[in-house]
Structures are given as C-alpha cells and as structure tokens.
Design a protein around this ligand. Structure first.
Ligand code: CMP
Length: 138
C-alpha cells in the first residue's frame, strides 16, 4: 500500500553540500516529497526526537551531533515507504552499507551517517508530526 516515511538529511551531509544529490537519489527511487524543510534542532528537541535511544551509550553524542548544524527534514510517500526507504539508505554503519545506497555514497561514520529513516509506520507518523504542522504537508 502507499504510505509514508520520515527522513532527515543529517548535519554533516547538509554541511558537505550533499542535500541536492541525496534528494535526487530519493526522488529517482520513486519517493514523492510531501513535506520538506531546512531547519535546526536545539539540544532539547534533538533529545526529544531520539528519546528511544536515551539509554544507549551514544545518546549524548547523538544529541550533540544532531543539534550541531542545519538538517533537512522531509515526509516521503511511496508504496512500502518505510522498508523501501531503509533499503535505499543502507546499513547504519557505512562500512556495511551496500553499493548504491545513500549511506555508501555519503555517510562518514556510524554517527555521521548522512540520513535518518523511520523504522516503522507508527514512528514515521510520530516523527513527521514532530517536524511538520498539518498545513506544511501537501
Ligand atoms: P539512525 O538509525 O537514524 O538513528 C539512531 C542513530 O544513532 C543512528 O542513525 C546513528 O546516527 C546513531 N548511532 C547508532 N549507533 C551508533 C554508534 N555506535 N555510535 C554513535 N552513533 C550511533
């Protein structure tokens, strides 16, 4: 069925000037952009977004990193959006990411891994609403 996922292009990828190339890979893969913005996350907002990872050893680093510079947030629509987007972005660790994936092309490390992708339909909805008001979604 047609459904939605949520993504962020992370600070290192935006700073490196890779936003356009990454959006192009997403569009070429058949995703429709339903919402899009360049924004920043305060430490508080980044902490809230990644609350599920609060007990992980890398939580502090993750929050600092995600609030270190502009990100591009987007809601994407496609058949099987969550799973197909996770396939397009590739493994969390770029050393394990397959050829042709966004992380293989642009990620620098496990932490600076270029893009976020929602892990379920439920989280896609929550994460999309975290970033976008109803009138910002087309
Ligand atoms: P993502 O899968 O989008 O959401 C959780 C994030 O935590 C993940 O991307 C990475 O950016 C980060 N992350 C996961 N594992 C590690 C790790 N071992 N060290 C630092 N950051 C990590």
């Amino acid at each position: 069925a047609t459904n939605r996922t949520f993504t962020m292009i992370k600070p290192e990828a935006v700073a490196a000037g890779n936003t356009g190339k990454i959006l192009d890979m997403i569009i070429e893969a058949g995703f429709k952009i339903k919402a899009l913005k360049l924004t920043t996350l305060s430490k508080e907002r980044a902490g809230e977004f990644y609350e599920v990872h609060k007990e992980r050893p890398f939580y502090g680093e993750l929050v600092d990193y995600m609030s270190s510079g502009p990100v591009v947030a987007a809601i994407l629509e496609k058949d099987n959006a969550v799973a197909d987007f996770r396939a397009l972005i590739g493994a969390t660790d770029p050393a394990e990411a397959a050829d042709g994936t966004i992380r293989k092309a642009f990620a620098k490390s496990k932490a600076e891994n270029a893009v976020h992708g929602s892990d379920s339909d439920e989280n896609a909805e929550i994460e999309g609403k975290f970033h976008f008001a109803a009138n910002e979604i087309v």
